[in-house]
Design a protein around this ligand. Structure first.
Ligand code: ADP
Ligand code: ASP
Ligand code: MG
Length: 815
C-alpha cells in the first residue's frame, strides 16, 4: 500500500488536477494506493477570511461565499461530464447552504471560537475530496470518498487537536477492511469522541497522510506539492535554493518546525515509528526525484538546510526572582497552559533573565500570563515587567552532521557578522541538530542568502552588481562580464550577476540577475531614474555581497556614495568626482567603507586600467614613502603635444584630436588641465599627503580669449590666433633638443600641472600617442623610479580595470 497526498497547491485549478489524475492513474497501474487531498488551493484561507468578516459584521462576506461556491461548481463542470454531475452538484450545493447558515449564525452572534472555525474550515477538504473522488470515478477509477472525521479521533484542542492513535488506527484498519476501491480521503480534519469536528493544525493534511500510512503500515508515503522536494532554503527568499536529496526524519522535523512550510512538522512522527519512507515530490515536475525522508543518518554535508520564521517577538523576563530555581519552570508552565508556542529559548547562565522568541500574534498573551504568574514578584520589584520587542525573524541551520563536525556555528555567525547582521539571540537545540538565531526581520532575506552561500555555495561566491551608467564604459563592462561569466564560475568560483541597471533617464531591476548574453536596453518601459530610489531598491533587495558600480562622471551619483556604503554595499568606480572633492570627504568615505566592512575601489580614477592606485596603496602599506610623482595623465594632451612635433598648427592638431575622439566634446575641458589636476590630487592623497584642490598649481593651455568663446567653433576660430605662439614654444624646445610634455608633478606636498620642456633623455620624451606614464620615485625606488606606462584612456581598458576591481571584491568577500 502506498499513501499519496496532494496539497492545495497541486489542486488549485482544473489543469493541475488533470496532472494529479495522471499521476494517480500511473501509480494505480503498479500498486494499491490511497489518496489524501487538501482543500483546493486558497480555500481554507478564504473560509477563514469569510468567518472573520461575518463576525465583524461585514456583509461583503456573502459575495466572497458566492464566489467560493462558484469556484467549486466550476471545478465540477470542468472535471466531470454533465451526465455524471448531478450527485456532486447536489453535494456542493447542500454544503454551501450549510455554510450560508453557519456564517449567518456567526454574523448574528459575533462568535468565532476555535471550535466553530474548525467546523468552518472542514468544508474545504470535504468539498475537494468529494469532488475529486467523483471525478476519478467518472474517469473509471473505482474510488470511495472517506471523510476522515469518521476514522481519525482526537482530543478537543480545536485548531491543533491531538490524535488518539489507538482508536484511530483501529478505525482506519476496519474501514479499509470493510470497503474496497481507492479511498479518496479528506486531509486536515478529524473528530472528537463526541463527534465534534477538529483539525490537526494549519497545513495538517501532510500529517493526515502519515496517520494513514502508519495505521495501514504502508510501504511508503508520497507528498506531492508545487516544489521539487524540501529545498535547502525557502525558494521565495533564496533564489539559488536547491533540492535536498535526502533528509533524516529528525532533520525534516527540525527544518519544518523552524519554518520550512513544505512539510508539516508532525508528519514525520508516525512515519518514523514504522520506518516508512516519505517522498516529497513535485506535481508539476514528476520526473524530479524530489526529497527522500527516511531513517538514514549518512555522512552527508555539514548542514542540510536553513529555515526561517518571520513575525517573531522577543519576550524578555528578568529580575532577581529568576534566580530561584523554580522560576524558569513557572514561566514555561504559564506559557504551556496558555498554549503559547515558544520558538526559541536563550538563557544566559550568568544573568537572571530569560529571552524567548515567540510569534508576535502570541506575544501579548505570553506577557499577560507570565505577569499573572509573577504578580507578587513584580509588585515587590523582584521581577521586572515582561518586555516585548517586535519585528524579528528566526533562522535555523539544520543537519545531523553538525554533531560530529564542529565549525558550523563559527561559519554561521561569521557569515552573519560579515554582512553586518545583528544577532539578538542564539540557541542550539540539545540534540545539536540545529543552531538558531533571532535577527531583525528586515535583514532576513540577506541573512538567508549569506548563510546559503556560506554553507552550500561556498565554492561559488555570488557578487550582486548594481550598475549605474550604461555609456561606453558601462556597456563594455557588461559585455566583458557576459563573456567571462562561465569561466569565472568554473575557474574562480565567482558568480557575477547584475541585478540593477540605470542610466541618467531610466532604471531597471532583476531579482535573478539580467541575462547578459541577451543584453538589456533601458527605455521608456522602465522606471524613471531616481538615485534615491535606486539606492533604496538596492537596500530592499538586500543581497549579501552587493557591489555598486558607478560608470558615470556624475556628481549626483558620487554624492550618493555615503548612503551606498551605509547600506553595506561596496563601490567600484572610474568616476573621479568623489575622490577629488575635499580632503575631508575623501577621508570620510574611506572611514565609512571601513566601518561598514565594505570595499571602495577606484583603480580606474587615474590612467584607466593601469595599476597605479593599487601599486601606490601596496607601496604605502609595505612602508615605502613617496618622494616624487611625475606623470603624464592625459591621453588627449599627450596626443596633442606629440602630434604637434610633426609640424601642423596647434589649432589643427587639437581639431584632429577631437575628431579622433581623443578629447572631450569641448576640448577646453582637456586643455584647461583640470582633469589632470584631479588625477594628481587623487594620486597625492593615495600617497598619504593631505592635498586640497587649491594646493595644485594648474597652468591652463586655453589662452585667455579662447576661454570666453561661446561655442566650440568660435573657440577653434580664436585658437588659430595662437598657432604661432605654440609653434614658437616648440621651436625653442627643439633648439635645446627638448620635447614639450603636459604633465603633473607632485613633490614636497606641492603639486603642479602644466607644460614642461623635457630633455630627450627623460622617459616622457619618447611617449607618443595617447599613452599615460607615471614615474614613482620613492625611498625604495630612489635611483631609478618605478615606471607604469600604457593606454590610459578608452572604454575597453577602463571597463577592464573596473571589472578587475569587481573581481577583487569577490576575492575579498571570500571566507
Ligand atoms: P501544499 O499546498 O502542497 O501543501 P505548501 O504551500 O504547504 O504546499 O508548501 C509548499 C511551499 O513551501 C513551496 O511552494 C515553498 O514556497 C514553501 N517552502 C518554504 N520553505 C521551503 C523549503 N525549504 N523547501 C521547499 N519549499 C519551501
Ligand atoms: N487546507 C489546510 C490548510 O490550508 C490543510 C492543508 O493544506 O494541509 O491549512
Ligand atoms: Mg502544505
Amino acid at each position: 500500500m502506498k499513501i499519496i497526498k496532494f496539497g492545495g497547491s497541486s489542486i488549485a485549478n482544473p489543469d493541475s488536477i488533470k496532472q494529479v489524475f495522471s499521476i494517480i492513474q500511473d501509480k494505480l497501474k503498479r500498486q494499491e494506493i490511497a489518496v489524501i487531498f487538501s482543500a483546493f488551493g486558497g480555500v481554507t484561507e478564504t473560509l477563514l477570511t469569510i468567518a472573520k468578516m461575518a463576525r465583524e459584521g461585514d456583509q461583503v462576506y456573502r459575495d466572497l461565499l458566492q464566489t467560493l461556491e462558484e469556484k467549486h461548481l466550476d471545478m465540477v463542470r470542468q472535471l466531470i461530464a454533465v451526465q455524471n454531475q448531478s450527485t456532486v452538484m447536489t453535494y456542493v450545493k447542500v454544503r454551501f447552504n450549510e455554510l450560508e447558515d453557519l456564517f449567518h449564525g456567526i454574523y448574528l452572534i459575533k462568535e468565532n471560537s476555535p471550535r466553530t472555525l474548525d467546523y468552518v474550515v472542514s468544508f474545504g477538504e470535504r468539498l475537494s475530496a468529494f469532488i475529486l473522488s467523483e471525478a476519478l470515478t467518472a474517469k473509471g477509477v473505482k474510488s470511495r470518498f472517506l471523510d476522515a472525521r469518521e476514522v481519525i479521533r482526537t482530543n478537543d484542542r480545536f485548531g491543533q487537536a491531538r490524535v488518539d492513535f489507538e482508536k484511530t488506527n483501529a478505525l482506519i484498519r476496519q474501514y479499509f477492511l470493510n470497503y474496497d476501491g481507492v479511498k479518496v480521503i479528506t486531509g486536515f480534519i478529524a473528530s472528537t469522541d463526541k463527534g465534534e469536528t477538529t483539525t490537526l493544525g494549519r497545513s495538517g493534511s501532510d500529517y493526515t497522510a502519515a496517520i494513514f500510512a502508519s495505521a495501514l503500515e504502508a510501504d511508503d508515503l508520497e507528498i506531492w506539492t508545487d516544489v521539487s522536494g524540501v529545498l535547502t532554503s525557502d525558494p521565495n527568499l533564496v533564489y539559488t535554493a536547491f533540492t535536498i536529496p535526502q533528509l533524516s526524519y529528525n532533520e525534516a522535523m527540525e527544518l519544518s518546525h523552524f519554518g520550512a512550510k513544505v512539510i508539516f512538522p508532525a508528519t514525520m512522527q508516525p512515519a518514523m515509528k514504522r520506518n516508512i519512507p516519505i517522498r516529497i515530490k513535485n506535481t508539476f515536475e514528476p520526473e524530479n526525484a524530489g526529497t527522500l525522508i527516511n531513517g538514514d543518518v549518512t555522512n552527508g554535508p555539514l548542514i542540510k538546510g536553513i529555515s526561517s520564521m518571520s513575525n517573531i517577538s522577543i519576550v524578555t523576563v528578568q529580575g532577581a526572582a529568576l534566580l530561584d530555581g523554580t522560576a524558569g519552570s513557572r514561566v514555561f508552565k504559564a506559557l504551556s497552559e496558555a498554549k503559547v508556542n515558544i520558538v526559541l529559548i536563550s538563557q544566559a547562565s550568568s544573568e537572571h533573565s530569560i529571552c524567548l522568541a515567540i510569534k508576535t500574534s502570541e506575544a501579548y498573551l505570553a506577557k499577560e500570563v507570565i505577569e499573572q504568574e509573577f504578580f507578587y514578584e513584580i509588585k515587590s520589584n523582584e521581577m521586572e515587567e515582561v518586555s516585548l520587542l517586535h519585528g524579528y525573524s528566526t533562522i535555523a541551520v539544520v543537519g545531523e552532521n553538525m554533531k560530529q563536525n564542529p565549525g558550523a556555528s563559527g561559519r554561521m555567525f561569521r557569515a552573519l557578522g560579515r554582512n553586518n547582521i545583528n544577532v539578538a539571540a542564539i540557541a542550539q537545540g540539545s540534540s545539536e541538530l540545529n543552531i538558531s538565531a533571532v535577527i531583525p526581520q528586515p535583514d532576513l532575506q540577506k541573512a538567508l542568502n549569506a548563510l546559503h552561500e556560506a554553507f552550500f555555495l561556498s565554492e561559488n561566491k555570488v557578487l550582486h552588481v548594481f550598475l549605474v551608467g550604461t555609456g561606453l564604459i558601462g556597456k563594455a563592462l557588461m559585455r566583458m562580464i557576459a563573456i567571462q561569466q562561465a569561466k569565472l564560475r568554473e575557474e574562480s568560483e565567482l558568480d557575477i550577476q547584475i541585478h540593477g541597471l540605470a542610466n541618467s533617464r531610466f532604471m531597471a531591476f532583476h531579482e535573478d540577475g539580467f541575462d547578459l548574453k541577451a543584453g538589456y536596453d533601458l527605455s521608456e518601459k522602465d522606471q524613471k531614474m531616481d538615485m534615491e530610489k535606486f539606492v533604496r531598491q538596492m537596500e530592499e533587495m538586500n543581497f549579501s555581497n552587493s557591489v555598486f558600480v558607478d560608470c558615470t562622471a556624475s556628481q549626483e551619483v558620487a554624492d550618493a556614495y555615503p548612503r551606498v556604503l551605509g547600506a553595506k554595499v561596496a563601490i567600484v568606480t572610474p568616476n573621479k568626482k568623489a575622490n577629488s572633492g575635499t580632503m575631508e570627504q575623501y577621508l570620510e568615505l574611506k572611514k565609512l567603507a571601513k566601518k561598514r566592512g565594505v570595499k571602495f575601489l577606484y583603480e580606474t580614477n587615474v590612467a584607466a586600467g593601469l595599476p597605479v592606485i593599487n601599486t601606490l596603496q601596496d607601496l604605502m602599506l609595505s612602508g615605502d614613502k613617496v618622494i616624487r610623482i611625475e606623470a603624464v595623465l592625459s591621453g588627449s594632451m599627450n596626443f596633442i603635444f606629440s602630434e604637434l612635433e610633426k609640424g601642423d598648427p596647434f589649432s589643427e592638431v587639437v581639431k584632429s584630436a577631437k575628431e579622433k575622439g581623443f578629447t572631450e566634446p569641448d576640448p577646453r575641458d582637456d586643455l584647461s588641465g583640470m582633469d589632470v589636476a584631479r588625477k594628481i590630487l587623487i594620486l597625492g592623497r593615495e600617497a598619504e599627503q593631505r592635498l586640497e584642490f587649491e594646493d595644485i598649481t594648474v597652468q591652463s593651455m586655453v589662452p585667455e580669449d579662447c576661454q570666453s568663446a561661446e561655442s566650440v567653433q568660435e573657440f577653434f576660430e580664436k585658437l588659430k590666433g595662437h598657432d604661432k605662439g605654440f609653434a614658437d614654444l616648440l621651436k625653442t624646445a627643439e633648439a635645446k633638443g627638448e620635447k614639450l610634455r603636459f604633465m603633473a608633478t607632485l613633490e614636497n606636498g606641492k603639486a603642479k600641472v602644466g607644460l614642461n620642456s623635457l630633455p630627450a633623455s627623460h622617459p616622457f620624451s619618447n611617449l607618443s600617442g595617447s599613452d599615460n606614464m607615471i614615474l614613482l620615485t620613492t625611498e625604495r625606488y630612489l635611483d631609478r623610479p618605478m615606471i607604469i606606462r600604457g593606454p590610459g584612456a578608452g572604454a575597453d581598458v577602463t571597463a577592464a580595470g573596473v571589472f578587475a576591481d569587481v573581481i577583487r571584491i569577490g576575492n575579498y568577500t571570500r571566507e
